[in-house]
Design a protein around this ligand. Structure first.
Ligand code: ZN
Length: 112
């Protein structure tokens, strides 16, 4: 594992990542699999989670994130579908999409 400063947060390269995922963000630490550390779209997605953690705080982030996931699961959605419907994930994906569409563009978030 390697810890690298990346703008206003940290990359823990080769750090613990759930099965089937390329990365996970916990507070200001982005754990990313080695093979994905040079994927700017993925990193932009995770940077949005860093921003969400800061804005909401850990308790509120986890309440919103897990609450939405469990709500969709109770409604009968499978893991992947429930995950994709979490509003915080939708927001992170939107940020990644905006970045992918215009990697050098300004947008409302500085590119680090
Ligand atoms: Zn995400």
């Amino acid at each position: 594992m390697r810890l690298r400063r990346h703008g206003d947060h940290w990359l823990l390269i080769g750090g613990p990542v759930p099965p089937g995922s390329a990365a996970i963000t916990l507070g200001s630490v982005v754990c990313v699999r080695r093979g994905y550390v040079d994927d700017p779209r993925l990193l932009r997605h995770e940077e949005e989670h860093v921003r969400q953690w800061r804005e909401l705080g850990k308790v509120e982030f986890l309440r919103q994130y897990l609450g939405a996931y469990l709500r969709w699961r109770r409604h009968g959605f499978g893991h992947q579908a429930a995950y994709r419907l979490i509003p915080l994930e939708v927001e992170a994906e939107a940020a990644a999409e905006r970045f992918a569409a215009d990697p050098g563009g300004g947008g409302d978030q500085p590119l680090i």
